[in-house]
Write a protein that binds this ligand. Structure first.
Ligand code: GLU
Length: 321
């Protein structure tokens, strides 16, 4: 499960973003990255395979200035873990950056359509398709970023939490979710976003949990605005959290073991999310479906596992045979 962090306010964004990524490390990841708009309206993106600490070393001596930014820890689903596949991904014009948690089921159809319109891709991810689609819609319709995001969300099928920034709009973060979690923290003239409240709680305990199909428009020094993907204004429910970071990490349970037991239904749901077609009649595994020839022509499949997953692997081997 990947992690998203975002910040807009009066402080330098970089250290808040990095600290937030460290707080989300417990979720597991293979690479990390940040995108920050500097005071000259330039979008700087830095990303690296491996731990957040490696991203920090990579960013040393780079321009990390700016008070608006988004950051990500990736757990690869589409494309290998690599510097190029790491998030954030950007538009061709280099002005829009996106981070994404989830999977886009119809990404290859959208990608082909965009390629037919001359759009080029750098990564193997489904995420790059979203940002290139937003850019394409914006160029075609000459519309606002928000309208382009809304239209793009209508076209994509799958699960997502996204955060988008645009160096032409350096005072706004647009964020949205469907099936993947996203929390907004409301501070004093600053706003935070994250996959869960643990990166936020040390700055503010006022949070808004975004609901499915909602888009939040977070604008510097303006009240939070939330709309649905159908452009209807949503009621904003600000909650006050009374938990410490360590309680939050344990999801409010006294022990990690209890948390894991009670999270089993969510874990199974997350695991198959985006992989069962909407009417529940078929399973879609992009990693398999996108490479039928390799699977049909393969002579031997190795399943590597230990512990409980070893037992699952033994059953899987019998099923595959
Ligand atoms: N599907 C995206 C990717 O493979 C996001 C994965 C994630 O949630 O970290 O890059």
């Amino acid at each position: 499960m990947c992690g998203i962090v975002g910040y807009i306010g009066h402080q330098e964004a970089y250290s808040i973003l990095i600290k937030g990524l460290h707080r989300l490390e417990y979720r597991g990841y293979d690479s990390a990255g940040v995108a920050i708009i500097n005071p000259d309206y330039r979008l700087n993106i830095y990303k690296h395979t491996g731990k957040v600490a490696e991203l920090e070393s990579f960013c040393r001596a780079k321009d990390i200035s700016g008070t608006i930014g988004i950051a990500h820890t990736r757990w690869a689903t589409h494309g290998e873990p690599s510097d190029i596949n790491a998030h954030p991904h950007s538009s061709t014009n280099g002005r829009i950056a996106i981070v994404h948690n989830g999977t886009i089921e119809n990404y290859s159809i959208l990608k082909q359509a965009l390629q037919q319109h001359g759009c080029e891709f750098n990564s193997q991810t489904d995420t790059e398709v979203i940002v290139k689609l937003i850019e394409y819609i914006q160029n075609e319709n000459n519309c606002t970023l928000l309208d382009a995001v809304r239209e793009a969300l209508h076209q994509i099928v799958g699960a997502y939490a996204i955060a988008v920034i645009d160096s032409d709009n350096p005072d706004t973060i647009i964020t949205a979710r469907k099936s993947s979690p996203l929390v907004i923290g409301i501070g004093e003239s600053e706003t935070f976003i994250a996959s869960d409240a643990s990166p936020i709680i040390e700055y503010t305990n006022k949070v808004v949990y975004l609901r499915d199909n909602e888009i939040a428009i977070i604008t510097r020094n303006r009240p939070l605005k939330v709309i649905t993907t159908d452009n209807e204004e949503s009621k904003i429910d600000i909650q006050t959290l009374r938990m410490s970071v360590s309680q939050l990490e344990k999801g409010g349970y006294p022990h990690f073991m209890l948390k894991e037991i009670f999270e089993q239904t969510d874990t199974i749901f997350d695991c198959i999310r985006g992989r069962v077609v909407a009417n529940g009649t078929a399973i879609k595994l992009s990693g398999v479906n996108d490479h039928p020839d390799r699977f049909i022509n393969t002579g031997r499949i190795l399943i590597v596992a230990c512990g409980t997953s070893w037992h699952a692997g033994l059953i899987g081997a019998r099923l595959i045979e």
